[in-house]
Design a protein around this ligand. Structure first.
Ligand code: F0G
Length: 501
């Protein structure tokens, strides 16, 4: 694969070669973050959306190419070589049946849109991506929309969306000859990095806030052999320290300030439209922490529009936990000043007060016409239980999407007819303690529960399923089951079989 990309500062616009970037991935002139640009993506970024779209070829799929190399075609009016949309759609679909690891990856299957490594056969892949898009009829009803889908990124190899970014950036690290990689993390980035580094035979260092990450995630980084450092600080403190260290040692930084991470994380945008038979949802709802993922998905959709693969982009809304809401506050601030907050939320994945990619994410929201919303701990807990009760499940940070959607609908920002996709970022098994505490009624404090409405209290009561502890005696068990079944039938809480696809 020919590597033709450059890095462009999203703040001052300066361009550099990919391998000329500083180890902290910041622009030396203005400290801005970079994005990856290609000859064909000029003008496609969230920062100058719409420009250059005259170069986009027709989306006709009439003549699919027979080989990957046939996939790049020069347009008559321009020297810029643009991938051919019709050909790409066909090729991406065809690769699903290939036995080659790189084709089986739901990231590298779309490699025409991320030519960031020279030898695509050498990429580090765990067959990430290709995650399901579930219909969520009961959650749709609860949110007040007719059609709701969930793109479950928790169904990736290490259980979170981070795998799609890690395969991309870690493959670049390998190509550039790094022996060590590192990240600061609330748990999922570190789990993904540890797994991919192990596959590649690289050494890795993980910085995590002590006591503030879910056990499932902590166990993963140990299982995959990372050097795990628990720091007595929060995520923001971990990232600050690591950013200094990578300037002193030859360590490759794998946080989402690394723009190659976002190239992998943009590919679920392609999967979503592919899974919707090349239709575009009206709205995409994404959790916001360090704000790399919303930026990446926005880039994916905007590039597809620029290339003529789709005719419009969805509105992209970002939801933050109320206790970790710097972007929400920024939108509400008259002076538009980013003020970091001291973050606190049980959704530990997004317990971030000073998000690195806030500028990129805010532009995605503004360019696509989306919103930034915040949700309380009670709202997150309820939404997580509702997603679980639909047989899908997710980790707390992912549940902010349903909680946020309810608010967007209530405020009239999303209408009933709009097709909405929630991006569920992590698997329910990442944080089982949260789930157990919720069902035992031990998650929320008395003060938090005191603020619940009658309807919320009833919803919690119907959803909570604490385990029964019984004597192993037939009569005792039978009586208990009869009681429970009668109560459930009376309440009508039994789901109608077959309603969820
Ligand atoms: N959801 C989950 C499950 C996450 O792990 C994260 C971030 C987010 C949402 C937010 O994504 O940061 O791109 O806005 N987790 C990072 C980590 C910070 O270290 O695992 P974002």
């Amino acid at each position: 694969m020919s590597v033709t990309h450059q890095l462009r500062c999203t703040n001052c616009g300066a361009r550099i070669a990919g391998d000329a970037v500083r180890s902290d991935f910041r622009c030396p002139d203005c400290n801005g973050l970079y994005e990856v640009i290609y000859p064909w993506s000029e003008g496609a970024g969230p920062w100058n959306v719409g420009a250059g779209s005259a170069n986009a070829p027709s989306s006709s799929a009439a003549n699919p190419p027979s080989t990957a190399s046939a996939n790049l075609s020069a347009t008559a009016s321009s020297e810029v070589r643009l991938p051919n949309p019709g050909g790409m759609r066909h090729l991406w679909q065809e690769r699903k049946t290939s036995t080659m690891p790189v084709d089986q990856s739901g990231v590298w299957r779309f490699r025409e849109l991320l030519p960031i490594v020279r030898d695509v056969e050498r990429v580090v892949t765990l067959r990430e991506g290709n995650t399901p898009l579930y219909e969520m009829p009961r959650s749709a009803e609860l949110a007040g929309v007719d059609w709701l889908l969930a793109k479950h990124q928790g169904m990736n190899p290490t259980g979170s969306f981070k795998d799609t970014g890690m395969t991309a950036a870690l493959s670049v690290a390998v190509e550039r000859g790094f022996q060590w990689v590192a990240c600061a993390s609330t748990g999922n980035t570190s789990a993904a990095m540890a797994a991919y580094a192990a596959r590649a035979g690289l050494r890795c260092i993980v910085f995590i806030p002590e006591g503030k990450i879910a056990w499932g995630k902590l166990s993963q980084s140990m299982d995959y052999g990372a050097l795990t450092v628990q720091l007595k600080t929060d995520f923001d403190g971990c990232l600050k320290l690591l950013t200094k260290l990578v300037q002193q040692f030859p360590i490759y930084l794998l946080n989402s300030v690394n723009p190659y991470r976002l190239e992998g994380q943009k590919t679920p945008a392609m999967e979503i439209v592919e899974q919707m038979e090349w239709q575009v949802p009206e709205h995409l709802v994404v959790p916001g922490g360090n704000l790399g993922n919303s930026s990446a998905l926005g880039k994916g959709f905007l590039e597809m529009k620029h290339l003529g693969l789709i005719q419009r982009v969805p509105k992209i809304s970002v939801i933050q936990a109320q206790g970790a809401n710097p972007l929400y506050r920024w939108f509400g601030d008259e002076n538009r000043e980013m003020k970091p907050v001291k973050a606190e939320t049980r959704a530990t994945a997004i317990r971030i007060g000073n998000p690195a990619s806030w500028r990129k994410a805010s532009r995605v929201i503004e360019e696509t016409g989306g919103w930034c919303e915040q949700v309380t701990e009670q709202e997150i807990a309820l939404a997580k239980a509702e997603i679980g009760a639909e047989g899908v499940g997710c980790e707390p940070a992912s549940a902010v999407t349903l909680a946020g959607l309810k608010k967007l609908v209530a405020a009239g920002r999303v209408t009933r007819e709009e097709r909405v996709v929630l991006v569920l970022t992590g698997h329910t098994l990442k944080d089982p303690q949260y789930t157990i505490d919720y069902h035992k009624g031990e998650l929320l404090t008395a003060a938090e529960m005191a603020g619940e409405t009658e309807a919320e209290r009833a919803s919690h009561a119907a959803l909570r399923k604490p385990p029964l502890v019984l004597e192993a005696d037939e009569a005792v068990v039978l009586r208990a089951l009869e009681e429970r079944m009668a109560a459930a039938n009376k309440a009508g809480t039994q789901a109608t079989p077959g309603t969820v696809k």
